[in-house]
Design a protein around this ligand. Sequence first.
Ligand code: AMP
Length: 572
Amino acid sequence: MLFRELAEYFQRLEQTTSRLEMADILKELVERAGVDEVDKVVYLTLGELLPAFRGVEFGVSEKLMMEAISKACGVRAKEVESLYKDKGDLGETAHYLVKWQGRGLSLSQVYDELLGIAKTRGTLDKVMKLISLLKGLSGFEAKYAVRVVIGRLRLGVGDATLIDALALSMGDKALKPLIERAYNLCSDLGLVARRLKEGGVGALEEFKVQVGYPIRMALAERVVSAEEIVKRLGRCGVEAKYDGFRLQVHKDGQRVEIYSRNLERMTEMFPDVVRGVLKDVKVSRVILEGEALTMNEETGEFYPFQVTIQRKRKYGVEEYSQEYPIKLFCFDLLYIDGEDFTLKPFIERRKKLEELLSGTNTLNVSEMFVTDSVKEIEAFFEDAITRGLEGIMAKRLDAPYNAGARNFNWIKLKRSYRGALADTIDVVVVGYYYGKGARVKLGIGGLLVAVYEPSTDTFKTVSKVGSGFTEEEWIRLRDMLDQIRLDHRHPRVDSLLEVDVWVEPRYVITVNADEITRSPLHTAGRTSEEPGYALRFPRAVSFVREDKRPEDANTVEEVLRLYQLQRKISVE
Ligand code: AMP
């Protein structure tokens, strides 16, 4: 197939506004393409060179493209720029300026040249290759090639339309689910088209999960109560819902690749996960899924999502990962040594996952238990929220992994709230923890803090606080606390938690938090039947408040009021 023919199809696609007509044109196009061409046709039609998970990008800016057009056409850069301003499209600009006929290149030849440009590192080399590409194309062909290179093809063709077209090309609309299934298992529509062309329907029926091809991720439906979970699923697996980054990890021998929820390649962002997988996973080929989070090693609490996302940077990932180590909580196993696990029931996949990761230390399995008790689910939910988690996930025990689908086989229960608490809270420091990780050198990593209960004149714990101070402040604080250290818990402090150093309840600090939650770990507001209250994501906003006595800290009752207030404004 000639590149000119493809460009003609692109022109027709550009001119239609009807999705049905679009599917018809695409059907014709995939029929016209040869077995070795159809994948390339699919990628280019989507405006790509390869599926996104391959992480191949052109890296050609408009400016660079203008330079190439200017040099290829022997026109001054200023002129190219003003033409571009005029036409608003570099494809049209190239079409106007390229006066030669072109060499009648085949689709595959042009595709290879495009791939060569993407793989070239240096700017100068890229420009040379762009010039050589332009020299081989006619103005009409250049228009589309230029748009592909700068990411502006925009034919409006989506995956779904292409899938329709593939089904049409087989003369059977009923094939759509089969094509979708194959796509969900490999996220590569070019590959699906090629297999279909090569081996017909049979090839798709036999389509299997492959390491190195991300499986489109299963998604969850939401409910607003634990009752609803039990009503829908009965006995089910209940897990902590971690608020991090969903990762699909593929291990193939010594090679590990990591994909994000939207199937982008993220391997470089998680060098520590790669090392962990190589060290801990003892089988040679595996695909597993989990949620990656950064954890405060001092308090055992998770950092908010914003801290994890910071890794999405070009430089300093290694340093960042030292400071904020990642924990990967694995929750599903999709493939292991040649065996496709996606069709097996959840509980079986889970058992295998636990077996695989038992005794490992960098990879964890998500917390999970099996129940049909609403009360147990509620208690777990409250506890999860307190520990800085997002909520819980419930999973149908006998469900397969629903690649690319959202349904009630997975259910999420989240607490929603409007940003931070309406107010800051004054709390009393009752003890501290020695630092772990980066904080060892400071000798202090977190505080146990409490609020005041006037009726019994005691201090009831409400949170651990591990952030908000500078290094200097931590050191100063440790010195101050060491002056009032005790070798046992102060009698006026009511706590279920242990600390490394107990102190006299003397110093008040002001903290901010995202939310107040119920918690079985803290004593503020706790009764024999009811759990206590706790702060979620607390951070100090002041150093020691010299102006406040411990009894001036907020009271348990005030915390309760804040909790009720936040329930009222809760949006869900
Ligand atoms: P949402 O993003 O609110 O639709 O919730 C679904 C997301 O929760 C998934 O895409 C995962 O990234 C995340 N998640 C956290 N913990 C779990 C878990 N234990 N099982 C499944 N998904 C989880």
